[in-house]
Design a protein around this ligand. Structure first.
Ligand SMILES: [Zn+2]
Length: 156
């Protein structure tokens, strides 16, 4: 990206380090489809998933599509580089389908790729929520080492 910093900040998601464009406005800031509407406490975890090896090729492909959006079919090299990237990542299933090429076009394909990113980041935070609701046993017994380790008494 050669855009000036201010323009770059405006283009990208407001979550720190997020690689996606900000496409949803909220409270005067722009968020990507994965961060939008999620608790701020999950921002970094979601960003980490987007940078993961599984997500990164999909992220890069959606950015390429969005950048080339208006002239996508005039830029065969853009599709070829996306195709190469997705195939190398083992995601042939994410290439533009014949249906998408003939009906919805680039938009339908982009939406499918972005849906994949939403799904891949949707699980962020659920483990934490589960753990918070699973009852844990109360701590019983001595809480100080000295109670059961003779030598620990010397360290008190
Ligand atoms: Zn984001």
């Amino acid at each position: 990206m050669n855009a000036p910093a201010s323009e770059r900040d405006r283009m990208f998601c407001a979550a720190y380090g997020c690689p996606l464009f900000g496409t949803f406005g909220s409270d005067g800031r722009w968020w990507c489809l994965c961060h939008f509407g999620r608790p701020a406490s999950l921002n970094d975890a979601i960003t980490a998933v987007l940078h993961s090896a599984a997500c990164a090729p999909v992220v890069a492909s959606t950015l390429d599509i969005r950048r080339a959006y208006g002239s996508f079919f005039d830029l065969p090299e853009v599709y070829r580089s996306i195709q190469k990237r997705l195939l190398e990542a083992g995601r042939a299933d994410l290439l533009m389908s014949a249906d998408e090429r003939h009906s919805g076009g680039v938009r339908a394909w982009l939406m499918r790729l972005e849906r994949v990113l939403i799904d891949m980041t949707a699980g962020v935070g659920t483990t934490h929520r589960l753990m918070a609701t699973v009852p844990t046993a109360p701590i019983i017994g001595p809480t100080r080492a000295a109670a059961y380790l003779e030598h620990a008494k010397d360290e008190e």
